[in-house]
Ligand binder design. Structure first.
Ligand code: UDX
Length: 431
């Protein structure tokens, strides 16, 4: 089949490369000429495991990029909207880019004779596909949805760093279509992918995505709350979760307590769902608490450090880990951001290290010290905070030699102090 993908960010470029790998002809549309050039030269606009290889394999063969909507719509059966949905100032979702893409699609569909399916892959709050996308395309094309063109919502469940794998090996595919024809076109695109397909309506598909992410975020905040209680009682919360997680109704994953969740999805999606609920007159207390626990959790790291060191002004503090999770350079909503902000507020002298994310963090905190290695960050530090679950932080032994008798607060259960050859003053955030 022939498919066009609007937006060459993280979701768009992964979807484009993977649809090409599934044997389809793919046209990427992006208003950013630089991204268009990059894709046409077989390179990925973002770093994602396996993406470069797929783009190199398919670029200029079954995958091309353009900024021309008319060309892309004329030469494809379906267009996927994969543009960003940032948070507005109050945390609610900003749909302006989705709306702009729908207008451009509408203008292009106006000139097309054949049936074209508009598919929303961007994460949008329930009702958006019908009330914003469908109606905008109708307005700008002068055509009728369900008769002249199709509409569907097809959410993604891709983890950063594992997005290509997740696309090719999903747990589920959700297709929320306005009619059978649109739903058929979308599910045909995934032919060959072995997993259950849920056929539903657009607003249910939109809700499935929010509920999936909000539930995982809820598990993490629940684990953090339980971890905070366990710590006070001297109970190992990981042991508790290992046992509770054997219950198939609970399941062990996403019950690791620590410094909280970050990333481009969980914080934004929970807040967008809260915003939507408030908008229809329902106050979602549980979801508010999920955000509340997650906001407080990283600050606990600083409190624990203060309990040990007292005033932090002019004291050198090493921050290990800036990315929101391991194996990415992404710092969006990283829990190290509120931690560094609080340390700066207290006048600490920060030495930060991350294997991949330092360049990105320099844009947020240009004035702290960035180190090339963890040992450089730990040198002369009076305290250390471990913020990200990078594997290498679990393997630092000689590096912690510099921390003999000094305080290390672990936000990700990376260290077993008993296995270190140096005696450090160790404390886990919830253990
Ligand atoms: C997530 C979802 O997993 C994915 O399906 C999706 O649609 C996009 O959002 P991602 O943001 O890449 O993916 O990160 P993920 O690996 O899920 O981790 C999210 C955050 O939760 C990280 O900050 C991680 O450190 C934290 N986390 C995860 C915990 O604190 N405890 C856990 O037990 C698991």
């Amino acid at each position: 089949m022939k498919v066009s993908i609007i937006g060459s960010g993280y979701v768009g470029s992964v979807s484009a490369a993977c649809f090409a790998e599934l044997g389809h002809e793919v046209i990427c549309i992006d208003i950013d000429e630089e991204k268009v050039k990059l894709i046409n030269s077989g390179r990925a606009p973002i770093w994602e495991e396996g993406l470069d290889g797929l783009l190199e394999k398919h670029s200029q063969k079954t995958l091309i990029a353009t900024s021309d909507y008319d060309y892309a719509v004329q030469n494809s059966d379906a267009s996927f909207i994969c543009v960003g949905t940032p948070s507005g100032e109050d945390g609610s979702i900003d749909l302006s880019i989705v709306k702009a893409a729908s207008e451009s699609l509408g203008r292009a569909i106006a000139k097309k004779e054949h049936y074209h399916v508009v598919v929303v892959k961007s994460t949008v709050v329930p009702e958006t596909t019908e009330k914003v996308v469908l109606s905008t395309v109708e307005e700008y094309s002068g055509k009728k949805a369900g008769r002249d063109f199709g509409v569907a919502m097809n959410p993604e469940f891709l983890r950063e760093g594992k997005a290509v794998y997740d696309f090719m090996h999903p747990d589920k595919i959700v297709v929320g279509a306005i009619d059978e024809r649109s739903g058929f076109v979308v599910s045909e695109l995934y032919r060959g992918v072995d997993c259950p397909v849920t056929h539903t309506d657009p607003r249910t598909a939109e809700m499935i995505k929010y509920v999936n992410n909000s539930f995982l975020a809820t598990k993490i905040s629940f684990a953090n709350e339980i971890g905070n209680i366990c710590k006070q009682l001297g109970i190992d919360t990981y042991e508790v979760m290992d046992a509770v997680g054997t219950d198939f109704r609970v399941e062990r994953s996403f019950l690791n307590c620590g410094a909280g969740f970050g990333g481009s999805c969980f914080p934004k999606d929970v807040k967008a769902l809260i915003g939507k609920a408030n908008g229809i007159g329902y106050r979602p207390h549980l979801l508010e608490s999920v955000v509340g626990v997650n906001d407080r959790q990283p600050l606990k790291m600083v409190e624990l450090l203060q309990d040990r060191l007292g005033e932090l002004g002019n004291r050198r503090i090493a921050v290990l880990g800036l990315a929101f999770k391991n194996d990415t350079d992404d710092i969006r909503e990283s829990r190290s951001i509120p931690v560094i902000a609080e340390l700066l507020r207290q006048g600490a002298d920060i030495a930060a290290y991350d294997p991949m994310a330092a360049e990105n963090m320099k844009k947020v905190f240009p004035d702290i010290t960035y180190c090339k290695t963890s040992s450089e960050a730990l040198e002369e530090a009076e305290g250390c905070l471990i913020m990200t679950e990078w594997d290498e932080f679990g393997k630092l032994d000689k590096e912690f030699g510099a921390m003999a008798g000094k305080t290390v607060i672990d936000g990700r259960k990376m260290i077993d102090p008993k296995k270190l050859s140096t005696d450090i003053d160790y404390e886990g955030i919830c253990w």
